[in-house]
Structure formats: C-alpha cells, structure tokens
Design a protein around this ligand. Structure first.
Ligand SMILES: [Fe+2]
Length: 367
C-alpha cells in the first residue's frame, strides 16, 4: 500500500440561501474591511450588490475591485494589489466564477508578499502570512474554492501559471446553488464540463489515493446525475446544488490528486487561440479517455460502461464540441501545440506516460 497524505483547508457552508451567511462568516474570520473581488458580469447580474449589502449589514466595510477579465493575468492581479495597498484591508472575498476566485488569490499573493505575480509560479513561494479569504462561487466549474492554487496567465506569454501555497487556500467557501440559476448558458456549459473533467482526470492520475478517489467518484456521481437536468431546466435548484457540490468535491480531488493529459493538451489552446478552458476540455477529454484506456480502462468502466460515449453525450447536452475541427484549430499547429502540452505540469500525473508524441496523437484523434 502506497504512502499518501490528505488535506482539506477550507470550511464549507452549502445550501440554498447560503450567501446570507457571508457577513457572519467574514466576522468569524475577524474581517472588518474587505476587498470584494467580483467581475463586471457579477455587477450586472446583481450578485455583487447582494454580497456587498450582506457584508455591510454585518458591519463589514466593502471595497470593490472589478477591473479584470475572464482569464485573470499578471497585470490585472498586480493592478488589484496596487489598488488594495492603500486601503488597509483585513480580508479578501472572491464572489463570482473561477476568474473572480483566482484573481482574489492572486491579489493576496502580491499584496501580502510584495513581489510580482510571476514569482509565485509553482508551490510554496509565499514567505509572509497572507490575508484570510472567503470564496462565494457563482458557477459550478473550476473548483478554485477548494484549492490552494491560483491560475493566473502571464500577461506577456499568455502561459497559464499555477501559483500555489497552503496560505492561499480559502478559509471558507459559501456554496449557494441559487446563485447558479442566473449563469449565462455558455458559462454554465464550459464551467460545468470543466468540473466533469476534473472528476474524470483525478480518478486515474498516478498521484490518486483512496481519499482522492472517494472524492472523484462522488463528484462524478453528482455531476453525471444532474448535468443534463441543469441544461434542460436551469432553474432546477437541486440539480444546480448537485453540480456545485460535485465541482467542489472534484476541486478538492485536484488538490490531492492533480490532473492529467486533457488539461495538458487544453492549456496550449487557451494560451495560443484564447479558447475557453471548458470548451477546449470538451473537445479533448473523450479522446484522452480513449487514449488512456489501455492503461486504466477498468477504472473508467467503474464510472460508466462506455465512458467516452457518456462524456460525448454530456458535451452534446451542453452544446459543446467534442472535436477540435469546429474550434478552427489549424492542424499544422499540432506539433508546436504538442511540444507545449508536453511541458505542462499536469501531464506528469497522467496514468499513461505522456510526452510530445503522445500529445500529438491526442490532438490527431481529437481533430
Ligand atoms: Fe479545468
């Protein structure tokens, strides 16, 4: 039996209406002046104002930051940290999708440790204490609320950097399924399928453990059972809750098991063509599962008798492509994309040994 560790750093509050607990959660963590990081879409949807009102009613002063995009990069994060520097804040809250949550973490690194974002690429680079943080996700997807990694793009190279530190974990995550009802369809699809891919990839990595496997399996059960329901009826709060909890558990599985070749092959598409992460993942995941089948086919069949076909059905329910051709990825770029995929850190944990030749096979199969 292999040696393994397990860690969960975040306290969870889950259920319809849970956002109402945001003020009390902030007070519990000693917050009196918070930076509320929430993207412009959250302002338009009214979620930002609701969150701010709940905090103000609890006596917490709210200082907003909205000046960032859907793929937070080093410049946006550093702008946020410069803005927060003079505000004397004692906590940070991310309210929104994965971009708001990752941006909140990135700002915390730069603000408290006084160095450019690039210096935190990797694991454990923060030497000084960081501010306590709360996550209130409004999408079911990245699972950022369960992880101590921030995914921040390099503003010059567009490479997605995973910047992790135990101190960068959210202290609390508030999962309110009612917040998911207003997600735009495209966001619901790309984010939801990303969560599915996290359950599938963590289930078979070389780093998986009995505990990460329990998380991956339950995440898959919840996501598989409610994914189509959410697309048929976006106001089905129970199905939204299953998706949100599934995404959280899958995120916790990543924290303990890492990811695999679908993420390694997807990241260069986002860096090169700006392809939305979940869309790139949908076009690749069924093919990666087929490519891995000679090594872990039995494990996949524990989840579904024909997992690649099931994954294609889920993508179709969300209106996502299951091939690269519709994404207009030029085939002649495959060799350079494969080189970039092989250098991705997540590829190292794929169950079938993964290199540039393997990545090229995956892209060709997915075309
Ligand atoms: Fe992902």
């Amino acid at each position: 039996m292999a040696l393994f560790g397990f860690c969960c750093r975040v306290e969870l509050i889950f259920g319809p209406g849970a956002l109402a607990r945001l003020g009390e959660a902030a007070r519990t963590l000693g917050m009196t002046r918070v930076l509320l990081v929430s993207d412009p879409g959250m302002v338009a949807a009214g979620h930002y104002q609701r969150g701010a009102d709940i905090l103000e009613r609890a006596g917490v002063t709210v200082l907003p930051f909205h000046d960032f995009g859907c793929n937070p990069d080093t410049e946006m994060v550093e702008r946020g940290a410069a803005f927060a520097a003079g505000l004397n804040i004692d906590g940070i809250i991310g309210l929104g999708g994965g971009s708001s949550l990752d941006c909140a973490k990135g700002i915390n690194f730069v603000l408290t440790n006084g160095a450019p974002m690039r210096q935190f690429h990797g694991w454990g680079k923060a030497t000084r204490p960081m501010l306590p943080m709360i996550a209130a996700p409004t999408t079911a997807g990245t699972g950022s609320e369960a992880q101590s990694y921030a995914l921040i793009s390099d503003a010059e190279t567009h490479v997605k950097m995973a910047c992790g530190d135990p101190k960068a974990a959210f202290r609390m995550a508030i999962l309110d399924p009612e917040l998911l009802v207003s997600q735009p369809d495209g966001v619901r699809a790309a984010a939801g399928y990303d969560a599915v891919s996290h359950a599938i990839e963590t289930w078979v990595t070389t780093k998986r453990s009995p505990l990460s496997s329990a998380l991956s399996r339950e995440a898959w059960r919840l996501l598989d059972g409610s994914f189509e329901r959410v697309f048929a009826r976006p106001d089905d709060v129970e199905a939204c809750g299953n998706l949100q909890l599934g995404a959280f558990l899958a995120g916790l599985a990543i924290e303990n098991s890492m990811l695999g070749a679908a993420h390694a092959c997807a990241n260069p598409l986002t860096a090169t063509y700006g392809t939305t992460h979940g869309v790139a993942i949908a076009a690749l995941l069924p093919h990666v599962v087929r490519w891995n089948e000679p090594v872990v086919g039995g494990a996949y069949r524990e989840l579904s008798p024909d997992l690649p076909a099931r994954l294609e059905t889920l993508a179709a329910a969300a209106g996502l492509p299951v091939r690269l051709a519709p994404l207009a990825v030029p085939r002649e770029d495959f060799p350079s994309l494969a080189e970039a995929a092989a250098s991705q850190w997540t590829g190292r944990f794929n169950p079938r040994p993964f290199d540039a030749a393997g990545a090229l096979e995956v892209y060709e199969c997915a075309y």
